[in-house]
Ligand binder design. Structure first.
Ligand code: CTP
Ligand code: MG
Length: 227
């Protein structure tokens, strides 16, 4: 059963507010997307990487990975879920697993990928990397005050990669989108179809670069990992 990595990289990075989509901002000796792709391309268990790009993308061809034989590109969609679906439509291997990973998470490690891949034994329905919530959680009321404290015992941050049987994920993602469900990660679409994905504890340095402050943090994490 082959593993195909799916990388949604068709966003515009509006919260980053930079002069280009955030995945193309410089990071160490490369850019955010370059580091993410290299990490996936280097993993021995990943057969192919399918990356979804914006229809007007002007930067991808400048990456050193652009011509890699294991890499394929597709045109993304309006929302992240549409981009993932477009990439999944490029997966024709029978019984493949789709490992979906945000372009904007360059601090992922092979150790985390290995742990997620190993979890297929325990969770044949699929699993996601996640991190236990650390802070005390509050539910807000409409007036901007605390309505109640929510127990953090059972709360997790959903991270990527998320790993599912590719065909099932494609079917459920398409159906959830068609039903107008808010699908912010792959697990949401699987849950909507009645599946309960496994939770695999991931490293907390696997951050999604979202705001300008996240860039120096990612630089620090990557340097520390490479020490
Ligand atoms: N993404 C995508 N297609 C979209 C929207 C997002 O492939 N239509 C990708 C982004 O490129 C990113 C990942 O999904 O790698 C996670 O999305 P997010 O962090 O929200 O990135 P952006 O949508 O680009 O940022 P913003 O929401 O601030 O505009
Ligand atoms: Mg977004």
């Amino acid at each position: 059963q082959s593993v195909v990595a799916i990388v949604p990289a068709a966003g515009i990075g509006s919260r980053m507010g930079a002069n280009r989509p955030k995945q193309y901002l410089p990071l160490l000796d490369s850019c955010i997307l370059g580091i993410t792709l290299q990490l996936l391309l280097d993993h021995p268990d990943i057969a192919r990487v399918v990356v979804a790009l914006h229809s007007q993308d002007q930067f991808f061809s400048t990456l050193s990975q652009a011509q890699h034989p294991k890499l394929h590109t597709v045109e993304g969609g309006l929302e992240r879920a549409n981009s993932v679906l477009a990439a999944l439509q490029n997966v024709h291997e029978t019984n493949a697993w789709a490992l979906v990973h945000d372009a904007a998470r360059p601090c992922l490690t092979h150790q985390d990928i290995d742990r997620l891949l190993a979890a297929r034994q325990q969770f044949p329905q699929g699993a996601i990397l996640a991190a236990p919530v650390r802070d005390t959680m509050k539910r807000a009321s409409a007036d901007g005050c605390v309505a109640s404290t929510v127990s953090r015992e059972a709360l997790w941050h959903a991270l990527t990669p998320q790993l599912f049987p590719a065909q099932e994920l494609q079917r459920n993602l398409a159906a959830a989108i068609a039903a107008g469900i808010q699908v912010t990660d792959e697990a949401s679409a699987m849950e909507w179809a009645g599946v309960h994905p496994g939770l695999v504890t991931g490293r907390s340095d696997n951050i999604k670069i979202t705001h300008p402050d996240d860039l120096p943090l990612a630089t620090l994490y990557l340097r520390h990992q490479r020490e």
